[in-house]
Design a protein around this ligand. Sequence first.
Ligand code: AMP
Ligand code: ZN
Length: 472
Amino acid sequence: MKLYNSATRTKEEFVPIEPGLVKMYTCGPTVYHFAHIGNLRSYIMEDILEKYFRWTGLKVNRVMNITDVGHLTSDADTGEDKMLKGARREHKTVMQIAEYYTKAFFDDCSKLNIRIPDTVVPATSCIPDFIEMISVLLSKGYAYISDGNVYFDTSKLDEYYIFNRHNEEELLVGAREGVLEDTSKRNKTDFVLWFTKSKFEDQELKWDSPWGLGYPGWHIECSAISMKYLGRSLDLHCGGIDNAFPHHTNEIAQSEAYSGQKWCNYWFHVLHLNSSTGKMSKSSGEFLTVSLLEEKGYDPMAYRFFCLQSHYRKTLAFSWEALDNAAGIYAKLIARIAAISDTGGTDSAAFDKFKALFDEALSNDLNSSLAITVLYDVLKADIPGAVKLALISDFDYILSLDLIKKADELRLKESSAADESADEEVETLISARARARAEKNWSESDSIREKLKAMGIVIEDTPQGQKWYKLK
Ligand code: AMP
Ligand code: ZN
């Protein structure tokens, strides 16, 4: 597969370190609120990538953290800790908030057919691992203590700005998330590994450490959790583009400083979903959730389809019109699949040809919209219905649009609607015959009996009136 690697800014052949196995890490959600559909765009595209690997026969070991420790992260401008903010908003503890929104996140994933990673790790369950990593960084001279906090010293690295498309202004935003008006930092890009002092004196969750009671910085989570579960190097790291800097840059800095070796070979960044008012974020702008889409009558599958129609490396503009459009196309697609008659028959050459085309689309930097075009080509092709259905079912392992399931549901709905209208017609004829008999209109009553017989309904006249049954 050719995959665009954000670290080298080129499409590269994807070659896992261990043949046959992909070690994949995903930055999980910060669980202080519901995930918005922008966050879920990233997880949908990562899901397609993971399933594509599996579809081609590779094994995947995917790890994801849950950020349940409070941080400013990209919310720097709000000047408030995210988890605390959530807890205050809902008059709950940070742990209650984390538990509630972790469950809500996985509920949304399940509605969108996003596979849950093999290993999901809340940051709060790995405090000793963070402490160990920070201790090593201190002992190797990559970190320093200043004014109670432990900082990573970015000046000790030969190379820091891996994702260096960032201008001075962005660097300063990144630097600011390290809290404190940072007179305590040596370099503006240094970042906090462990806080004992912060603006958040009322931080609920604190742990003992060699540097005092405190809590870990955000970036250390992903490095330590990844190394704990995937080893000192991994194949692929995923996340939304906003995480490229400072989060991923800092993850690389501290991971490679810690282990003394290259950490991650490929970086997969999903571009943002923007709302009409600009970037969709949990702290500002339009905040759309899966539940809101459902309340408005949208099938979550229509949103997944909407995402798959665009390439992950293009910013995607959300609008209700665009979603309506995708929902309409998705509904028509299901209707077309439901209309395929499974009359048997095989055509292995056609099966292989379309499978290869589908593979080719995805193997070229995950071109999901082209893969969907191949699906339409299958629908149009002059091949047996059974082959079409087999291909659709095979493709849907990756697309996960419930294509066969929804088509079956539609067929069932249509046939029960047809049954209902047939039953209504029978009832009307039986009443009409009863009226004809009461009026002693025998010719009319006999002609209705014949009509019913043609519909498979046998009618008998008994002293208690008409009795009828369906012929098997
Ligand atoms: P967070 O919960 O803020 O840590 O974000 C979870 C994931 O969603 C991260 O991979 C982010 O990079 C990603 N993300 C945040 N905002 C958007 C957006 N508007 N569109 C796509 N992905 C996003
Ligand atoms: Zn991360």
